[in-house]
Write a protein that binds this ligand. Sequence first.
Ligand code: PLP
Length: 388
Amino acid sequence: MSDRPLLNRRLDGLGTTIFARMTALAAETGAINLGQGFPDTDGPEAVREAAVRALREGRGNQYPPGPGIPELRHAIAEHQQRFHGLRWDPDTEVLVTAGATEALAATLLALLEPGDEVIAFEPYYDSYTAGIAMAGAVRVPLTLRAPDFRPDIDALRAKVTDRTRLLLLNSPHNPTGMVLSRAEAEAIAELAVERDLLVVTDEVYEHLVFDGEHVPFVSLPGMRERTVSISSAGKTFSFTGWKVGWVTAAPALIAAVRTTKQFLTYVSAGPFQYAVAEALRLPEDYFTGLRDDLRAKRDLLSAGLRDAGFTVHPSAGTYFVTTDVASLGEKDGVEFCLALPERCGVVAVPNAVFHDDAEAGRTQVRFAFCKRPDVLSEAVERLGRLSA
Ligand SMILES: *Cc1c(COP(=O)(O)O)cnc(C)c1O
């Protein structure tokens, strides 16, 4: 065989994700895994039972319709109207995907030409860099900087060139917990109109805003025809293994995304689609209960980390809190995280791996708080040994 590398060059640097490495480390050492963002308690029993019923009754066991089952597309549209006042046609403006991950990949593959520039907040959610790379496009980071991780709108404006095709937004933002304010979202929307940019928004934490409000980007003036909104059942219903996500957008955008999506998975998660349709219709108090529960967990972990000597950057949303370990005398978050399981039996993720500008996140470390209170308390106790 030739010595040409097997993995194509577009994907250079996208080897094993940090999560696989850290989860393996957690398993090897028996450490508490606050690295990857998955809840350690399943979502509502009624929703789980709805999936069992669908399986037993033979609903969704064979290929469901390509765009998603009608029950789920209707439920997605109703949910968006109930919580955000948005109206979508379930037949032409809603597309069910294999999680938000496939929605992102299908959208980027559909909308981008090789060489197009995509401006995205960094630290990035890791699949953004992969999706942009697979499309042959060029990522342009807008660095969110500590302590508050607010986007610098003037810096964003300066990054737009004639090659910029798309803004990739994420609010609430993983990993920093930054939630875009209405004024920031409006300023970004104005820029998108002025420079005729497409906008892709990842809103998987739409129900996990602890401080402030979630502004669905597409609700802003001029955004309807240029915005692809992405969400998912994983985070909202604590079933991250089900991989049911969705895209809502104007018909022309949906048609484009459907074109790539049909050849990625075609369809997925048949019986789970029925269960998620029921989940989206849960009463209001489910959604506020989830948020209040996670807010309490955020507070528990944040206070514990502060007591343990970390600088804690307040998180306004998501499953995560970002800390700075410089206050512990540490100089490098990656080294800190690699040693942490051995030192005190906890796994966390260094923000530097989510950056192009590694310097900006050098000493930042992300912890997930979507875990049972007793697990968080135990983790905090272990982390207390660092400064003892
Ligand atoms: C978890 C997560 C996703 C992936 O969602 P799935 O539905 O599991 O594919 C996408 N974006 C962000 C920001 C996430 O945290």
